[in-house]
Design a protein around this ligand. Structure first.
Ligand code: CA
Ligand code: CA
Length: 315
């Protein structure tokens, strides 16, 4: 009898399911044709449950949440221009309640443009743009609203022997230029810049002593970085050129005039910051001669002079 009842329920369920897809798109039960057949009522269940639960709890108390412990994971060491993964997987509620998350940046280098995407995910993957120290905080909240926070530090240290980093504060196109032993601006192969991304420096048979530019940022804010794995002895001239806006060597069409921008250049040796330079560039064509750096003595001679050029490409 129970089998019959279950089959009946199954059929009803099947019919109900099919109705979601019938050609009329209707949810009504179709009329049943009257066949005149006598309807025989079901026999009473001969074996009703003799001991039903005498006092079922109609509204059991929900399990209360416990103590939340946030975990932002271990501190990390990385390099600039890398993506890191921050995970709050180790966070927990002592009673097993579900947790929600919120990440934020609590500190970063002043020349960093880092921001967090999907900050409410348990795991975030920020792109570390410049060298320096970053701190992130995750807040874990259970369904009762109890909250806990934890912080993680990410140190970004350049691994190359010689690392020059340019950043700036307007949505314009500045370019980093580094020449070896007095090479002229835009004179490839001595001037490593956007139009000569790898410079043949030092020994022609050695590549680790060549300078290389990671990429060209054309609408702010850097970083543009020039790196040498193992520099040859000599003097390296660091300069910054105001190219224009969005890879166009003028600012007239979109701005009326070029906006001034403050450029910051940092020089690193084996991941250690040697010196920081800042200067304002005011117009397209401006050239800031930042400094001369002697290798391997690491003698740094700040120059700080300004000039202007109409040159915009390598020769
Ligand atoms: Ca650029
Ligand atoms: Ca070389």
């Amino acid at each position: 009898m129970r089998l019959v009842s279950m089959m009946s329920l199954s059929l009803l369920a099947a019919c109900a399911s099919e109705q979601k897809f019938n050609e009329f798109g209707e949810h009504n039960v179709p009329p049943v044709e009257d066949t005149g057949t006598e309807v025989i009522p079901d026999e009473p269940d001969p074996d009703p449950d003799p001991d039903p639960d005498p006092d079922p709890d109609p509204d059991p108390d929900p399990v209360s949440c416990g103590t939340v412990t946030a975990d932002a994971g271990p501190d990390q060491l990385t390099q600039p221009l890398q993506t890191v993964t921050l995970s709050a997987l180790g966070s927990m509620d002592s009673n097993g309640c579900a947790l929600s998350y919120s990440w934020r940046v609590t500190s970063k280098p002043s020349d960093s443009s880092l921001f967090l995407l999907f900050a409410n995910n348990r795991e975030v993957r920020p792109w570390i743009d410049v060298a320096g120290s970053y701190e992130f905080e995750v807040a874990a909240v259970n369904t009762d609203g109890s909250r806990s926070t934890d912080r993680v530090v990410v140190e970004a240290e350049p691994s190359q022997d010689f690392y020059v980093q340019l950043t700036w504060d307007e949505a314009v196109d500045l370019d980093l230029h580094v020449q070896k032993d007095g090479g002229a601006l835009f004179d490839a192969p001595y001037d490593v810049c956007y139009c000569n991304k790898v410079g043949e420096w030092g020994s022609p048979s050695v590549t680790d002593d060549n300078g290389s530019l990671d990429w060209d940022m054309i609408s702010g804010y850097g970083p543009e970085t020039m790196t040498v794995l193992a520099p040859a002895s000599g003097t390296y001239n660091v300069k910054v050129h105001y190219y224009g806006i969005d890879a166009s060597p003028d600012c007239g069409d979109s701005w009326g005039s070029c906006p001034s921008t403050t450029a910051t250049v940092k020089v690193y040796d084996h991941g250690t910051l040697l010196q920081t330079f800042t200067h304002d560039l005011h117009d397209q064509g401006d050239v800031w001669y930042v400094a001369d750096i002697a290798w391997p003595s690491l003698g740094i001679a700040a120059v700080g002079s300004m000039s202007s050029t109409t040159q915009t490409g390598c020769y």
